[in-house]
Write a protein that binds this ligand. Sequence first.
Ligand code: GDP
Ligand code: MG
Length: 345
Amino acid sequence: MTAPPVALLPPSGSLASRVLKGEVRAASRLMRHIDDGTFDATSDLRVLFPHTGRARVIGITGPPGAGKSTLTDRLIAHYRAAGKTVGVLAVDPSSPFTGGAILGDRIRMQAHAMDPGVFIRSLATRGNLGGLSRATADCLRVMDAMGREVIIVETVGVGQDEIDIAQLAHTTVVVLVPGMGDDIQAIKAGILEVADVFAVNKADLDGADRVVRELRSMLELRRAVQGSPPPPGGEALRGAPASGGAGWEPPIVKVVAARDDGVDVLRAQLDRHFQHLTDSGELRSRDLARATTQFVALLRERLLRAGLARLERERGHLAGIAERIAAREADPYALADGLVLQGVP
Ligand SMILES: Nc1nc2c(ncn2[C@@H]2O[C@H](COP(=O)(O)OP(=O)(O)O)[C@@H](O)[C@H]2O)c(=O)[nH]1
Ligand SMILES: [Mg+2]
């Protein structure tokens, strides 16, 4: 194969070299290119790649309106107070008109707007082949290469998105709120898979304790099914190993993000989880899992793109070929194998 990516020198004036100097404007532009998918950012990403892998990534997911942005805003303040530089990626695929820039978020996070230690960007990820995860992963790398120490990724998730974010983040926080009723049941499979920490937000409203109880019993049920030994007693509510890995039981933290109540406790749990990942070796196995997933996704995208380009060149438009396949005039197996087995140029 070719030389390691570290051998690449940034062309002077390229977006990547400016990102490496910490230039916010260059990072914004590169991320916009990545988000729009209209510009091939590969050469910049290749330059940045060797400089990534240093940031600590926290995913915050949960249903719309749960208070994820409010909580993110609070966490920014806590990490800033601890002297950390912070990047925030707010991912909202449902917001195509604003380019994913959510007005409320902008206003809310304005308090941090003048702080050079805080870099906030929204993504719409109308994205092409890779969709949400690819664009988000690439934008994350931009922030990482810029030297942001803590990166918070906020995603609206009630399903697959949560799983995507768990792939990207070291620690995934699932935010729930009172009054969700049966919703918890509906989304429990997903959230139990991904949650390293549960935040029950809006604990100022009735029903927060009920959410905590439901979560607790879901975790207990899972533990019973998995036959793990009962947890030691104590304040923290514990469950069986989740995505946090063996030996980690996702704590449930009640917060009132709007008033900054409990956010310090949440932050302590996030730090505790990161420490657990480090101590247990899970950090490395997650890195490997992430590298595998992301490389395979990249390969799939590249192969597909190359295959379709070749198909177009050699056999004509996909639409025409599809018509012939549908009419049973063309053999899809032979076509696909022909494109792949003869090697993709
Ligand atoms: N009562 C109450 N409302 C909150 C709390 N945190 C956020 N909210 C409100 O919930 C609404 C949605 O918050 P937002 O952060 O935009 O939620 P997101 O969609 O999950 O990002 C806003 O009106 C917030 O002011 C809280 O702790 N208690
Ligand atoms: Mg939000």
